[in-house]
Design a binder for this molecule. Structure first.
Ligand SMILES: [Zn+2]
Length: 316
């Protein structure tokens, strides 16, 4: 099996401001949907890729966003849930809160597109056994939140610490991001059906819910995500992609911001905090395209995350 599932988390600009503990400039508060989504749509049309867009339910109260989502679906893309409120600490809330939040997102997306999503990705990749139970009870077919990546884990932990230090000195607010359970690093890196613990595969496939982990390279488990691919440049992106070849399912998780452009989209204020905004949208487009060409050359078929999850379940 050689499948490549490209997905895009539609975190809107205020999500990034919250991570870095700064305020959003109101004029560019919808830059992801207004500027980056049309670029992504053109990108996927050119590349002939059907992708999965993970949308945050609350963004769809803004009518143009709901229309953009419907349009993406009409172009053959899958729309899945990235929660209702994108609370970075969703996993720490009570079960009723978690269930409400995820159900609301499914409702909001169904209202916008006419189709109920089958997949979920947690804010900040932070998921728990309790959240898995909620996903099962809501009848979802797959989750794609587990990120078994040691270097991402340590970088995120360090970044939260650095932002906390700045916050204590009074320069910024505290980061809204939270630290994950380190056991996630023991999780399989290829799609699996979770057992008693979400980070452990189970051979008794009574569980219908499939986990499609975020991409890590085959040996060093380096992050294979939009940020690392875009920042690596075209050659670097191809080298990273080559380290993914051999996985039955290559997952490339992008964010809307991966095709945002600080100058064209009025995001200059966010650039000092967000390294990927130092590259232009055209540079990032070229790097992601270079990575995809590696998979195409190596016989990978581009599918949605739902299709990758269903194919993995059959293969078990
Ligand atoms: Zn997110």
């Amino acid at each position: 099996m050689r499948l490549c599932a490209v997905s895009v988390d539609l975190d809107e600009v205020p999500c990034y401001a919250a991570i870095h503990g700064i305020d959003t400039h109101a004029a560019s508060a919808h830059a992801i949907y207004e500027k980056a989504v049309p670029r992504l749509q053109r990108f996927f049309a050119r590349e002939k890729v059907a992708a999965t867009f993970f949308a945050v339910g609350q963004d769809l109260t803004h009518t143009p966003n709901a229309e953009a989502l419907r349009d993406l679906q009409a172009s053959g893309h899958e729309i899945a849930s990235h929660s209702q409120g994108h609370h970075y600490d969703l996993s720490q809330r009570g079960r009723a809160f978690i269930e409400d939040d995820i159900r609301q997102s499914l409702d909001a997306i169904e209202r916008a597109t006419g189709k109920r999503p089958t997949g979920f990705r947690a804010p900040g990749y932070t998921i728990t056994n309790e959240m898995f139970d909620v996903l099962r009870s809501l009848g979802l077919a797959y989750d794609s939140s587990v990120f078994p990546c040691p270097s991402y884990y340590s970088a995120k932990t360090a970044m939260i610490g650095a932002i906390a230090a700045r916050a204590w000195s009074g320069k910024t607010k505290k980061s809204r991001s939270i630290i994950d359970d380190p056991r996630v690093l023991l999780a399989p890196a290829d799609p699996y059906t979770p057992g008693d613990s979400y980070w452990r595969a189970s051979s008794s496939s009574r569980d219908a819910l499939v986990e499609v982990p975020i991409g890590v390279t085959r040996h060093a488990r380096l992050p294979f995500i939009g940020t690392s691919v875009a920042l690596a440049g075209e050659i670097g992106a191809q080298l990273l992609a080559l380290q993914m070849v051999g996985r039955p399912v290559v997952v490339l998780e992008l964010h809307g911001i991966d095709l945002a452009d600080a100058n064209e989209d009025g995001l200059g204020w966010l650039r000092p905090h967000q390294p990927d905004l130092r590259k232009t949208a055209a540079q990032k487009d070229a790097a992601i395209r270079a990575a995809l060409s590696v998979f195409r050359t190596n016989g990978y078929k581009f599918v949605t995350t739902h299709e990758a999850a269903m194919a993995s379940r059959k293969a078990h």
